[in-house]
Design a protein around this ligand. Structure first.
Ligand code: BG6
Length: 450
């Protein structure tokens, strides 16, 4: 891509009045404007079906709102009318003329998958997809199972080349998640022991205190497994388990993640699901079997990870908000087990639990932490959506999920769902505010770090 493509860009946000755009995209643009990392000539075109939408109502509480206000036009249109897409194209050309050449066009589809399909068709049919430097950014969920995801891949390939498509998994773009690769690559102490000889098990947890926040229709069709495990948690697992590419071969990272996912298999007698009390009333469906909690254990066929259980757990309306990767090291006959925690959020940081002699006259030991907190060392972290937008503008696919990765993760999720469908009686109900251990009626095997 020529330099001009980065200097001049048009970001077309389809669904600009939606929740994601208000909560994530527009604030990210504001922050990036403040940091001065956006293309010098950036224009934002906000597509909406609402004739009376108003930009001011979208900018409340956003840093650098004046930057966005000055560059954004709302463009009301139908998302299925060919004539409207032609009208939009002519408007985009007007902008490009003002910018003095061709800009890159980023189509950010911030709409549900069902709405995204016909838009992709329109972009393909009208020739808009073929305009040089056109990119397509898609939000999850990418399909509902492996079959539908395959079908969606084909559908998109009819109009866009794989280079043009950016499948967003915002977890990949979180600073602390990106750091997994750097932590492994640049700390040989850990990378040398990053295997089944030293590691006993890996636990990946995304515990949320929020419920479904009014997203009734979405959640009733999705559930915790499809919402969090298929995308975010399996991506965290992939980054933890993958073989690191050669130094600085970042473009190989998606392939490496895919290979890690391909090696994963479900351990059928260690998969659990549950639902918080009150969920059925909330969604108005007294028979709902949608899980708000899921905990699945996987094994890997990669010899590096033989006999290492990898457990992914997530739930809504739990007692604590935290996302972390916990690596538990093997104990020996005379030692205890060490534990390394990569804390993704909140209180982002890394903690190593080890043992020290408790000062005194007895030979007793105590578990103590060695801790690093991002906040103490680096200050505020950029939001994941800032990376998403910037990398898409720069044409860097490292932090986006390839179609191969998406299909591998659906394979795993489909296998879990098949087991669950065969055992509908195994369904846990939990009180809001519970911990995963309480739901699974087990206690942490290694005690807590102080
Ligand atoms: C989204 C899910 O992808 O991730 C939500 O749809 C979930 O259900 C959210 O709450 C969690 O993201 P974060 O960045 O707040 O951990």
């Amino acid at each position: 891509m020529g330099n001009n493509a980065f200097t001049s860009a048009i970001l077309i946000i389809v669904g600009i009045t939606g929740n994601l755009s208000r909560r994530k995209l527009l604030p990210a643009i504001g922050e990036m404007a403040k940091a001065g990392v956006l293309p010098a000539q950036l224009r934002i075109v906000g597509i909406t079906r609402q004739q009376t939408a108003d930009i001011e109502s979208l900018l409340t509480g956003i840093a650098h709102a004046e930057y966005i206000r000055a560059r954004t036009t709302l463009f009301p249109m139908s998302l299925t009318e060919t004539a409207d897409f032609a009208r939009l194209d002519s408007y985009l050309r007007d902008i490009e003329r003002e910018q003095g050449g061709t800009a890159q066009r980023l189509w950010y589809l911030s709409v549900p998958p069902k709405t995204a399909r016909p838009i992709i068709e329109q972009l393909g049919g009208s020739g808009l997809a073929d305009i040089p430097n056109t990119k397509l950014l898609l939000e999850k969920p990418f399909g509902v199972d492996e079959e539908s995801a395959k079908e969606l891949v084909k559908h998109i390939e009819r109009s866009f080349s794989s280079e043009q498509v950016y499948r967003i998994d915002h977890y990949l773009a979180k600073e602390t998640v990106q750091n997994i690769l750097f932590f492994r690559r640049d700390n040989p102490l850990f990378e040398h022991t990053w295997n089944s000889e030293a590691i006993e098990r890996i636990d990946i947890l995304a515990s949320e205190t929020i419920g479904i926040e009014g997203r009734v229709a979405f959640y009733e069709q999705t559930g915790a497994l499809r919402d969090l495990v298929q995308s975010h948690l399996l991506q965290l697992a992939a980054l933890t388990l993958m073989t690191l590419p050669e130094k600085d071969a970042w473009h190989e990272v998606p392939q490496a993640r895919q290979a890690a996912l391909r090696a994963l298999e479900v351990v059928p007698d260690r998969i659990y699901r549950g639902q918080y009390e009150g969920y059925r009333d909330e969604v108005g469906n007294p028979d709902s079997m949608v899980e708000t909690f899921a905990s699945i254990t996987l094994s890997s066929t990669d010899p590096r990870w033989s006999d290492v259980p990898i457990t992914l757990t997530t739930g809504k309306a739990l007692g604590e908000k935290k996302t972390e990767i916990v690596i538990t090291y093997r104990r020996t006959d005379i030692s205890q087990s060490n534990r390394l925690t990569l804390r993704i959020q909140p209180n982002e940081g890394i903690e190593l639990c080890f043992f020290a002699k408790r000062p005194g006259y007895d030979r007793t030991i105590e578990r103590v932490p060695l801790a690093f907190a991002y906040a103490d060392h680096f200050g505020a972290l950029p939001d994941a959506y800032e990376h998403v937008l910037l990398d898409a503008l720069r044409g860097d696919h490292t932090l986006f999920a390839s179609s191969g990765e998406v299909l591998e993760s659906w394979r795993i999720v489909d296998a879990v769902r098949k087991e669950w469908d065969a055992h509908p009686e195994a369904f846990l109900h939990y009180e809001q505010g519970s911990s995963p251990e309480q739901i699974l009626k087990k206690t942490a095997a290694n005690g807590e770090c102080p």
